[in-house]
Design a protein around this ligand. Structure first.
Ligand code: TRP
Length: 434
């Protein structure tokens, strides 16, 4: 089995696919609205501080464990000690559950791409969005279509599918994003949006916001479900990971910042609310597109951008469970992908319907979609990261000095792995439960 494992063709491929995993709806959809809700610039300052320090530790750790064991999640945990096997299995399970709600948003994006050229006919965007997500048929079809596209690339394999898709989609994503940033910055009063993003108001600093920034940083870096571990396991050469890890963090942050610079000037230019939450991208922006010259085209470019970002992340979400199925059960990639397609659909369809016909079906007082989001983002992702940090730090006794040349960074890694990150994760989970 070991010989049959795929490897990245180059270091560039590894970095670009990992950035592809990191840059997703988390950057372009979630980051701006969470930043809007927590007061703009001050949130950004805290976020940058956390993503460049604390987040380095679990990101490096997850990739390193993959690279070290050269196995998918369950095998990697088992290689450390057979008693951790079941903890490892939590990773692909988390992957399937994340896929179920992430891909629903992917489906909405496909709808908005198709609607871009006819959206002038819409008068009330809020109503349009609510009515669309409540529809029992189209959103389900498009969720499944998005799932199918992700599975298709995953099934083609690491080199021909995952690498190939990322090598095309990521540069395209960067070009579209830069184009949209230029458009946005040329709108009247764009500087108000920039001020909102970059002029901190210290009175808005509080512990809830700090934890929200940390949660967002973990999510956007794809930490906590074995996607990175799996990607790390495909690294062939024995070079240090530190530079790659910082390249990934830096690129992800630049993408998030550019997404903010694209969205906030537009929002302020049209006197809209920056804190309108999850609807920012699906309600506020289309409203703006309908009022600018060449709005149809800009809307199309924007949703294609969102689609590329969601697709490269979606592929990484599927790859973890896919690698587990292929390697544990010794089946082909295609078979594993068919199984995953069915499995994810079983969760994704009820979750899609939970905005409409299944609205009244609640789990712990939450709709199926909200419950899946809550369970994965607030509990399972932090829990998986917590387990992996504790296992590496306390059981494997991973020593930063063996893997990181810079002595200060290595020391920080050691302390982070054993104490800082576990404590931060426990706080995050407690906050999530309240
Ligand atoms: N990081 C992606 C985003 O920002 C989402 C994502 C992909 C993810 N793979 C993941 C999140 C694994 C958590 C775990 O949209």
């Amino acid at each position: 089995m070991e010989d049959k494992r795929p490897f990245w063709t180059s270091k560039y491929s590894f970095i670009i696919t990992t950035i592809g995993s990191a840059v997703g709806l988390g950057n372009i959809w979630r980051f701006p609205y969470i930043m809007g809700q927590y007061g703009g610039a001050i949130f950004l300052a805290v976020y940058i501080l956390l993503i460049s320090t604390i987040c380095f530790v679990p990101l490096m750790n997850e990739l390193y464990i993959g690279k070290l064991t050269k196995k998918e999640c369950v095998g990697a945990y088992e290689a450390i000690s057979p008693k951790f096997k079941y903890l490892g299995a939590l990773n692909p399970i988390t992957g399937v559950l994340i896929a179920a709600f992430y891909f629903i948003v992917g489906g909405w994006i496909i709808n908005y791409i198709c609607k871009s050229f006819t959206c002038n006919q819409i008068t009330d965007y809020g109503k349009y969005f609510t009515e669309y997500i409540q529809n029992p048929i189209y959103p389900c079809i498009l969720t499944i279509l998005f799932l199918f596209i992700c599975i298709f690339f995953t099934a083609r394999g690491v080199k021909k599918g995952i690498e190939a898709a990322n090598k095309v989609l990521m540069p395209l994503l960067a070009v579209i994003l830069i184009f949209l940033v230029i458009v946005s910055l040329n709108l009247p009063n764009a500087n108000q949006g920039l001020e909102y993003m970059f002029k901190p108001d210290f009175s808005k600093l509080n512990s809830k916001m700090i934890l929200a920034a940390l949660g967002q940083a973990f999510f956007t870096l794809s930490i906590g479900m074995g996607a990175l571990l799996t990607y790390g396991s495909y690294i062939k050469e024995d070079k240090s990971l530190v530079k790659s890890v910082y390249t990934i963090i830096l690129s992800d942050t630049i993408f998030a910042l550019l997404a903010g610079i694209m969205i906030f000037p537009a929002v302020f230019s049209f006197s809209m609310e920056p804190n309108s939450g999850a609807g920012l991208v699906f309600v506020t922006l289309p409203k703006i597109f309908s009022q600018v010259p060449f709005g149809n085209f800009i809307s199309f470019a924007f949703f294609i951008l969102l689609f590329c970002a969601a697709l490269t992340s979606g592929i990484s979400i599927v790859e973890g469970p896919c690698a587990t199925l292929t390697e544990r059960f010794n089946i082909s990639r295609t078979k594993a992908c068919v199984i995953l397609f069915c499995l994810i659909s079983v969760f994704a369809i009820p979750a899609t319907l939970s905005f409409g016909v299944l609205e009244n079906f609640k789990i712990f007082n939450k709709s199926i979609f909200d419950f899946l989001d809550f369970l994965t983002s607030n509990i399972m992702l932090p829990l998986n990261t917590l387990f992996l940090c504790l296992i590496s730090g306390w059981y494997l006794k991973l020593n930063g000095h063996d893997v990181i040349k810079n002595r200060v960074l290595a020391l920080f890694f050691n302390i982070g792995l054993k104490y800082i990150v576990p404590v931060a994760l426990i706080c995050l989970m407690f906050m999530g439960l309240n």
